[in-house]
Design a protein. Structure first.
Length: 261
């Protein structure tokens, strides 16, 4: 997982190749989280129904998952469906769920080939049984993979996640003095994972829309006007390059030394 892996699939002389050569592979973000937005706008610009935007967005998911694994990103989290997205018309919701099932069925082999572990973050138990079944198959079959961890945020809400963590703390009988930030972080859906270093949002909106509220405390945010169905490996490389130019301070005066840098 390195420059060579990206160059192996990049067209010589392409923007991907030029961008990939500028990346410092010793300073990759460990965790990249993406708010995949703009599918509806992509479709309406083409006078197509919104669901066509979601359909087209699947190609972007495939490209970004595979590119991230090739780059050597440890954790990739894609925001696919929020708790608030249930407010959308039932037909749009059911198309989104069908697309998700289809993606998983078709991509399972690729995930395994690329040693990618798949996990759901969100209230999985509230999803329809057929969707849950597909997700569980994906999680179980890839559970032995040791490469990139691919989280899909589904039926996910950042506030709900914090409430669920608080409920777990109470259910576990934790005393107030036993609860601190690291312990609480372990009770979140992403327990044990590094926090996102880089948060990407497509389609230009400057908001976090209830995504990973706890975990993005010190994430670097990169927003692009590119709509999700147009987002490809080269945009991911652009985001990583921008990230590598940032000065992360964590409230201090200069970036703390990070092992391996
Ligand atoms: C993102 O695209 C996909 C989901 C939220 C599921 P949208 O459907 O939000 O597209 P816009 O924002 O309306 O363009
Ligand atoms: C955020 O996009 C949710 C996902 C990408 C799944 P939305 O389109 O739902 O967010 P808002 O409504 O513009 O804040
Ligand atoms: Mg949107």
């Amino acid at each position: 997982m390195s420059l060579q892996d990206i160059l192996a699939v990049a067209v010589p002389g392409s923007p991907e190749e030029t961008l990939a050569r500028q990346i410092n592979f010793d300073r990759l973000p460990s965790h990249v989280a993406i708010i995949m937005d703009g599918n509806g706008r992509w479709a309406s610009r083409r006078h197509l129904p919104r669901v066509e935007g979601h359909r087209a967005g699947i190609d972007s998911v495939r490209d970004v998952v595979e590119s991230s694994a090739r780059l050597g990103i440890q954790v990739l989290t894609l925001y696919a469906f929020s708790l608030e997205n249930w407010k959308r018309p039932a037909s749009e919701v059911s198309t989104l769920m069908s697309l998700l099932k289809r993606y998983l069925r078709l991509e399972l082999k690729t995930l395994l080939t690329n040693n990618i572990r798949f996990r759901v973050v969100g209230r999985k138990d509230e999803l329809a049984p057929d969707v849950r079944r597909e997700l569980t198959i994906g999680e179980e079959r890839t559970s032995g993979c040791t490469g990139m961890l691919f989280n899909i945020a589904l039926n996910y809400g950042g506030r709900a996640e914090i409430v669920d963590a608080a409920r777990r703390a109470i259910a576990a009988g934790l005393k107030p003095e036993e609860l601190d930030e690291p312990r609480f972080g372990e009770l979140l859906y992403t327990g044990g994972q590094p926090d996102p270093d880089l948060l990407i949002r497509t389609s230009g909106e400057m908001r976090v829309s209830n995504f990973l509220l706890w975990q993005i405390a010190y994430a670097e945010i990169w927003v692009t006007d590119t709509l999700w169905p147009d987002f490809r490996c080269r945009h991911l490389l652009e985001a990583i390059l921008a990230y590598q130019k940032r000065d992360r301070r964590y409230g201090g005066l200069k970036e703390p030394a990070i092992a391996g840098r």
